[in-house]
Write a protein that binds this ligand. Sequence first.
Ligand SMILES: C[S@@+](CC[C@H](N)C(=O)[O-])C[C@H]1O[C@@H](n2cnc3c(N)ncnc32)[C@H](O)[C@@H]1O
Length: 462
Amino acid sequence: MAVKKGQLLELFISDMAFGGKGIAKVDGLTVFVDQAVPLDRVMARISKKKKKYAEAQVVDILKASTLRIKPPCRYSGYCGGCKWQFLDYDKQLEYKRQHVVDTLKHIGLIEAVEVQATIPSNQIYGYRNKMEFSCSDRRWLLPDELQREDIDKDFALGLHVPGTFHKVLDIRTCLLLPELGNQILDDIRTYMKNSDAPVYGLRSHVGFWRFVMLRHSAAYDQWMVNIITATEDRMQVQPLADFLMRKYPTIVSIINNINSRKAGIALGEYEILLAGNSCLKDKIGSLEFEISANSFFQTNTQGAEQLYAFVKEYAALSGSETVLDLYSGTGTIAIYLANFVKEVIGMEIVESAVSDAENNCRINDISNCRFYLGDINDCLAKLTVGPDVMIIDPPRSGMHKDVVKQILTMAPPRIIYVSCNPATMARDLGMMKNFYRLLKVQPIDMFPHTYHIESVVQLEKK
Ligand SMILES: C[S@@+](CC[C@H](N)C(=O)[O-])C[C@H]1O[C@@H](n2cnc3c(N)ncnc32)[C@H](O)[C@@H]1O
């Protein structure tokens, strides 16, 4: 059958693709169906047709899969925050493991490796310690909101429709966030709407209020609020900070980041401390960490503890090792390992993360860690010692190929590769596989209800 764009088709979903789309076959052609799960029978409209595949959107579910559950969130199916709420959690874990296996095979051409069952997250709601919400001068409406006259369509503070930069849902309750965060968000929304300053237009790039980032410390039940605005205007933001500090005793830090660039990111060119401390304190196990607004910290704190336990186990430390921790962030892995090795050298590009890491060593009474500030490629070139163990925890984009080359030249006996992106992980491991044996891969679910998966890989020099 010739599949055409715009065509309505009845499809049976036979499998799940990475990215959370269901897979259907039409005369051998693979159709990726958004919002569908295996064993669904759906009516879907073809939205894209390419030579080797097509994409489709569900119009109607004719027979719901037995793997479906009733999602507790009213935005499920529309919001990009989590796309898998309607899929049974055990199945999510299974599919995540399968994605790791498949990407290693197809991108890295790696098959002979043991990929363990996915470790589940202890909490599957309220697990995120950090969330970023976007402001917009146009609210994207849910189907049941389309006809309502009482809704203000010119303001939204929330999360994006998947894959869009300009469609923002006005999120009243996000279940990934600890409960109080939604109340704080709602007060910020009311304040912004009633203020003289305009909300930012994602197409016009005009306006003041841009993002709200909330961080929560589970260990101390404390909050950091980071308000990102397009320009500096203390008269607008200070009363909001004062109000929040009065109302919420658990807010300990309010920051204003200024981002005048068009890029839709919550990272500012500079920040102003509006109230409280510039950092939030949290714990991983018995270790304490101070995190500033723009520093990386694993977003699922309990998950981070599970992750680091595997890093330590796979590193098989005897106590005499020099460990190199690439992409060290706020120094959490370095500090976690410090008491079990001779020394740890961390490398990280974000200045505030390096100063947080140094501070975190002081707080935890650790004196055998030091950190290089800069791009990994430059930092590695300056290194004079040869590490026994290398920890590599790159951002989603993975490693630059020059970094991989330098690592292969340094040739440490053991490498632990940590990744939140199976595709770039498979690419990087593919470049290393002729020189290193891949012993084990452990997927860990740090992001329930999304298709994202963290993995730890144990490598040994051939
Ligand atoms: C996935 S995080 C890992 C952080 C840390 N290992 C942890 O577990 O919290 C990746 C880190 O790499 C840093 N980074 C990104 N690109 C970099 C580069 N080219 N050179 C050095 N660090 C970089 C980011 O700032 C971020 O802190």
